[in-house]
Design a protein around this ligand. Structure first.
Ligand SMILES: C[S@@+](CC[C@H](N)C(=O)[O-])C[C@H]1O[C@@H](n2cnc3c(N)ncnc32)[C@H](O)[C@@H]1O
Length: 363
């Protein structure tokens, strides 16, 4: 067993969804960073870790402490040229490059990236896949990382939301172990995951009376939508011109499912940062309103004592929609801690002190 907690540096930490899960799993987040004020204010309010509100491109690696794990949910941007670090000099590649800069300086035992499902099909400007560039870049960092990635569905792990995210795990090669993603723990029939269950005993909780008002257009449309329905329930004559055009040629527009209103016996869809009823299942099942801040926080598996602070309501929905559900973070964190505990403690301590020493130790 390790006598000290494993240390995490969290880049693009948001309000701390992933970090809370990693802490619950037994990690110690020693330093976090995000550029967004509401994210950082909420992080500070709820977490004990140091969190810096600053653009990561303006932070020197000397300011970042040593750590065992670097976590980064960088915004997804294509590279200008596949697999080539030079190609990343294109401005659009810089945020991934920032994570690489920190990993190169700190050489953590573990790298954890999180990203949207679209990352799997995002192409670089030369037509190659962005995901291949990410894997190749990580493999090349001295002393090399064994990379594995998977598209995970949060509801498979007890989060009351059908949310897909790509998780990457890189394990430093000199540790000599491979990571395996956890098996699902929950099925889609689990009554604990339903909207009805999420909304139980919620009155009076912090952030429950904070409800972002709908736009005038949504206010008119939503009363037509029945519990479990969508924009298909809205009579044609009541649709705005843009939606009429789509309704008239559903095939051409690939039958979109706007204004989804999940029923109490369904599992909610993905809560997005924009929190718009048109594109994200954010309408209350039986009241004609958007979910409250607490309701979306519950759908994201934040505990009720995690409080969202900030000046604008929209910014609170944004940080929640951007987060990795803490429950998913905890399960991944636990599998990582178990993996590290499977390594000979002396070897692990040596590895934590630097891979050069590990080489000497194992001779
Ligand atoms: C997908 S969210 C990360 C969510 C986080 N992992 C969580 O679980 O709550 C991406 C974050 O990157 C932050 N971000 C974007 N550009 C940044 C920059 N240049 N420097 C620091 N943070 C940045 C955004 O403010 C946003 O919070």
């Amino acid at each position: 067993m390790l006598n000290k907690k494993l240390k995490v540096v969290s880049l693009f930490s948001g309000c701390g969804g992933l970090d809370l899960g990693l802490e619950q799993a037994g990690f110690n987040v020693v330093w976090a960073n995000d550029i967004d004020k509401t994210a950082v204010d909420t992080y500070k309010y709820n977490m004990n870790s140091v969190v810096i509100q600053k653009d990561i491109t303006k932070i020197s690696t000397d300011e970042i402490p040593e750590c065992d794990l670097v976590a980064a949910g960088f915004p997804c941007q294509p590279f200008s040229s596949a697999g080539s670090r030079k190609g990343v000099s294109d401005e659009r590649g810089t945020l991934f490059e920032e994570a690489i800069r920190v990993i190169e300086a700190k050489k953590p035992l573990i790298v954890l990236f999180e990203n949207v499902r679209g990352l799997l099909s995002t192409k670089n400007l030369d037509g190659s896949l962005l995901i291949d560039s990410i894997v190749e870049t990580l493999k090349d960092i001295e002393p090399g990382y064994n990379i594995t990635y998977k598209l995970l569905k949060a509801s498979d792990y007890g989060v009351p939301q059908q949310r897909y995210r790509v998780i990457f795990i890189g394990i430093r090669k000199d540790l000599g172990v491979d990571y395996e993603f956890p098996e699902p723990t929950h099925s889609l029939n689990d009554p604990d995951l339903t909207v009805g269950n999420v909304l139980k005993n919620i009155a009076g909780l912090p952030n429950q009376d904070e409800i972002w008002e709908l736009s005038p257009q949504s206010k008119k449309l939503i009363p037509f939508i029945k519990e479990g329905g969508s924009w298909k329930d809205i009579p044609f004559d009541h649709l705005p011109p843009r939606l009429k055009k789509i309704r008239e040629d559903m095939k051409k527009y690939r039958a979109p499912n706007f204004y989804r209103r999940f029923a109490r016996d369904e599992i909610n869809g993905t809560i997005t940062a924009a929190a718009t009823p048109e594109n994200c299942g954010i309408i209350h099942p039986i009241e004609n309103r958007r979910y409250s801040v607490r309701e979306v926080a519950r759908i994201q598996s934040f505990p009720d004592n995690f409080i969202f602070v900030g000046t604008s309501l929209a910014s609170k929905y944004k940080v929640i929609g951007n987060a990795v559900p803490p429950k998913l973070g905890k399960i991944i964190g636990e599998t990582l801690i178990n993996l590290l505990h499977s390594i000979d403690p002396k070897k692990l301590e040596q590895a934590r002190n630097g891979y050069e020493q590990l080489k000497l130790f194992s001779v």
